[in-house]
Design a protein around this ligand. Structure first.
Ligand code: SAH
Ligand code: F3S
Length: 477
């Protein structure tokens, strides 16, 4: 995946459904934004299944339409509002149909949704999904339903997600929720609340169950997985106050990686997202020491300028980030590295922008998610800083960042030509049913002729061509 798009556009409004279920009521769900939202939709589906709902991919036959929304940039919210007005047209013909908004935008806009979007019936924040049965009762009784309470404990750790719309090969498992980092541009701490970690036992159990059901590539999810910590409780801020004994037996992210990798040695394990200031050498060594821990790290940097990083309240400067990249390359020499970058943060000068380009030149990332700055309500930047980089300048700088990434992606992919890589097959190529696609441990997409291979196979592929986004070749057998 080499995208110039935003997260929400990369997986925009996918309709989520499992086939072959029976039940009396039908729910149509769309999920926007980050992987965590997709994972949450699977928890919501599990809660609704117990209420007798089955999922459908046809909104016209739905009793309940749920949009799991994203607030990360203004454009993400506009997309959801457009979609809501489309569903409202449908609702005019079918007034008994209920429309609910879940996720970050529900948390941000709250009750105002009922005024702004006249036909929203239900608003549920990311920590309130257990309340859905009550909220649905409220709806049946003709009341508007809203719960946007954030929780310090909720991790949904006892809920077995219903896997939706997947390929049966790749799955997500949430390990932390919320974020305490307070990057000044980011709305997530306000929409998803305090950071908390999930009991490792329940994580290992879920991963083992997935392995037993045939899943072969599992991504551990959190806004900041490296600060995962479990010491009997999961709240990061309370860890500082915990007893020495509790701290001594605490499970940190590197420990969790060892536990998960050992529990399912045949399954590839990935994780996202890492935060540079929290990524320890123990994590890097864990990746190097287990074959099934994928050699791929998503390491958002946001800017190459220490001045901008400071204003973003990132916990690292340019030099520290570069030192971390050097450690990644020395401990895991074949590691794929990707990034997130923001162009046009307040006060970003041309010199800051050049520093971003030069950092990219140093790292030569495999791919990246690149955005121009979008001011978000409530954030420190919105309250205390002026969004003073003109839109054309933001866009021009972003285009330069994207162009540089394209060059590096092509360069990285070129280096694979003539080599043989192990690919886990995930399905048919989008372009042809004669070709399969899969990913390497480094998270690079590979397309090759099907022959007798199928989804779930691990196949050795000799690479003979590439684009910036894809390696192309032929399987050895
Ligand atoms: N730690 C999170 C980051 C969530 S937001 C994770 O798990 O991915 C994903 C990316 O969106 C951020 O890394 C950042 O590059 C971008 N982003 C966040 N807020 C933004 C804003 N206000 N404008 C533009 N891009 C933003
Ligand atoms: Fe947002 Fe920074 Fe957390 S980007 S999700 S506040 S690590």
């Amino acid at each position: 995946m080499n995208t110039t798009d935003t997260h929400e556009e990369a997986r925009q409004g996918e309709a989520l459904c499992i086939e072959g279920q029976r039940g009396s009521k039908k729910v149509y769900m769309e999920s926007y934004g980050c992987q965590m939202n997709f994972s949450d939709s699977e928890i919501v589906a599990s809660i609704l299944q117990k209420e007798g709902y089955v999922t459908t991919i046809d909104p016209e036959e739905a009793d309940l339409v749920l949009l799991n929304t994203c607030s990360i940039r203004d454009k993400a919210e506009q997309t959801v509002r457009k979609r809501l007005s489309q569903f409202n047209v449908l609702k005019k013909e079918k007034p008994e149909m209920k429309i609910g908004v879940l996720g970050c935008m529900a948390e941000r806009v709250r009750e105002k949704f009922f005024e702004e979007e006249k036909l929203v019936d239900m608003v549920v924040g990311p920590d309130a999904y257990r309340d859905l049965p009550h909220l649905l009762n409220d709806l049946e009784d003709g009341r508007k339903a809203v719960n946007v309470l954030l929780s310090k404990e909720e991790t949904y750790d006892d809920i077995e997600p219903v896997r939706l719309g997947g390929n049966g090969i790749t799955a997500f498992v949430s390990i932390t929720r919320g974020c305490d980092n307070m990057c000044t541009f980011c709305v997530v701490p306000f929409t998803r609340g305090r950071e908390r970690s999930r009991n490792p036992q329940t994580i290992v159990e879920e991963v083992k169950n997935l392995a037993q059901s045939g899943y072969k590539d599992i991504t551990l999810l959190g806004q900041n997985v490296d600060s995962y910590v479990w010491y009997g409780g999961g709240l990061k801020k309370d860890f500082a106050k915990a007893s020495e004994m509790a701290k001594a037996s605490a499970v940190h992210f590197a420990d969790l990686l060892h536990q998960v990798a050992t529990a399912v040695p045949q399954v590839r394990i990935r994780f996202s997202t890492s935060n540079p200031q929290d990524m320890s050498d123990d994590v890097l060594k864990a990746i190097a020491s287990h074959d099934n821990l994928c050699k791929s790290i998503h390491l958002p940097v946001q800017s190459g300028s220490s001045k901008v990083l400071k204003e973003m309240n990132r916990g690292h400067n340019r030099e520290e980030y570069i030192a971390l990249i050097d450690r990644v390359r020395s401990i895991i020499p074949d590691c794929g590295i990707s990034h997130d970058m923001i162009s046009g943060f307040p006060n970003e000068t041309e010199e800051d922008h050049q520093q971003t380009l030069s950092l990219m030149e140093y790292v030569k990332y495999d791919f990246g998610f690149m955005f121009f700055y979008s001011e978000r309500p409530q954030t420190f930047a919105a309250r205390k800083m002026v969004d003073n980089v003109p839109l054309e300048v933001k866009k021009r700088r972003l285009a330069e960042v994207i162009e540089r990434q394209q060059i590096h992606s092509l360069e990285r992919n070129h280096a694979y030509i003539g080599k043989t890589v192990e690919v886990l097959v995930e399905g048919f190529s989008k372009k042809s049913k004669n070709d399969l696609f899969g990913r390497t441990s480094q998270n690079t997409v590979v397309v090759f002729p099907k022959k007798n291979h199928q989804s779930g196979d691990k196949v050795w592929v000799h690479i003979d061509r590439c684009t910036p986004a894809t390696l192309l070749g032929n399987s050895l057998d």
